[in-house]
Design a protein around this ligand. Structure first.
Ligand code: ZN
Ligand code: ZN
Length: 331
């Protein structure tokens, strides 16, 4: 399974010289299965460049599945610019959480209403299906996909993708349920020691994953002023992932006020914390163009981390470390 980041910014697109490394486009991740299936996680502004890339691949017709975690702007603004929608014969199946005041179809149509956009949703020539999802197990694009609600001001789903012998979990946007992570009477670092039922459930959802992609918008210092806005810190994402036995953690949904230097600081602090946790968790801050091959391999390949404080080269490939056994699947 191949995972590529096309948008790693949260809240609003932030192009410019200060964000050139980690990127200014909002949430969009491309997942390609080993048999060539296309699955897209969120459709923020990063989806525009992904769409151009897909169109250049000479695949005709294109069949694409899009899963949006929720319909806040930064997760759907790329949808009207997703060029495969403008080609007759292509098929796009879009999935998102049920339970808001309006259906997924109505929300996406509202964004393309003539006051906001020159082409209305019902004018798009591709075959589009709209699927309102609830929590539970679904089969989409040949993958077994578990969906579970996150803690966010809008109805939001996290997705656990199981296929090609690996597990990839997408948890954006999400806020800790509790200020305190561990029970006072238990040893920190284990799922069973997590104080709040919601946080424990969240950790169980990512248990044993090869790759977790997690919201880490705020530094721990910033978080108290941004409470209830629905986002996490690197500290929470690292501690939860380590307790859940995750192999590799990609931090994303970078705050629009965080320049490349600040995000690099977060990455360094996250790596130090992960090392202290002692579970072998690899962690990095996702950047536009970052591509990962998530494979079940027999032998562990050393994770090549970019040098501390040095910008990594765009399109550098990471390898996610995985064990030889088939990962545990969510019951
Ligand atoms: Zn967001
Ligand atoms: Zn949101």
């Amino acid at each position: 399974m191949r995972v590529r980041f096309w948008g790693t910014r949260g809240s609003i697109a932030t192009p410019g010289p200060d964000t050139v490394h980690f990127g200014g486009n909002t949430s969009c991740v491309e997942v390609t299965t080993n048999d060539g299936g296309h699955l897209i996680l969120d459709c923020g502004t990063g989806a525009r460049r992904l769409a151009s890339d897909l169109m250049s691949r000479d695949e005709n017709p294109l069949n694409v599945n899009i899963l949006v975690g929720h319909t806040h702007w930064d997760h759907i603004q790329g949808f009207p610019f997703f060029s495969p929608l403008f080609v007759p014969g292509n098929s796009v199946a879009i999935y998102g959480p049920q339970g808001g005041r309006r259906s997924l179809h109505n929300v996406l149509a509202g964004q393309m209403e003539f006051n906001y956009f020159p082409v209305e949703l019902n004018q798009l020539p591709a075959a589009i299906t709209y699927n309102d999802l609830r929590e539970g197990i679904h089969t989409i694009g040949g993958l077994r996909i578990a969906a579970q609600y996150l803690n966010h001001p809008a109805m939001t789903l996290g997705y656990r993708l199981e296929g090609d012998g690996v597990v990839v979990v997408y948890l954006v946007d999400h806020e800790p349920f509790s200020d305190r992570l561990w029970r006072a009477d238990a040893e920190p670092g284990h799922i069973a020691s997590i104080l709040h039922d919601g946080d424990r459930r969240h950790a169980n959802f990512m248990a044993g994953a090869d790759l977790v992609i997690h919201d880490a918008q705020y530094s721990p210092e910033e978080y108290p002023a941004k409470k209830t806005w629905g986002h996490s810190t690197y500290d929470y994402a690292v501690r939860m992932s380590a307790a859940a036995g995750v192999r590799c953690l990609a931090l994303t949904h970078h705050d629009p006020d965080h320049n490349d230097h600040f995000v690099t600081e977060i990455e360094n602090r996250a790596r130090t914390l992960a090392a202290q946790c002692g579970t072998g968790l690899d962690v990095f801050c996702a950047y536009e163009g970052c591509e990962l091959m998530v494979e079940p391999v027999k032998t562990l390949t050393p994770f090549v981390a970019p040098a501390s404080g040095q910008p990594t080269v765009l399109h550098q490939k990471f390898r996610v470390l995985v064990v030889d056994d088939q990962p545990d699947m969510l019951a």
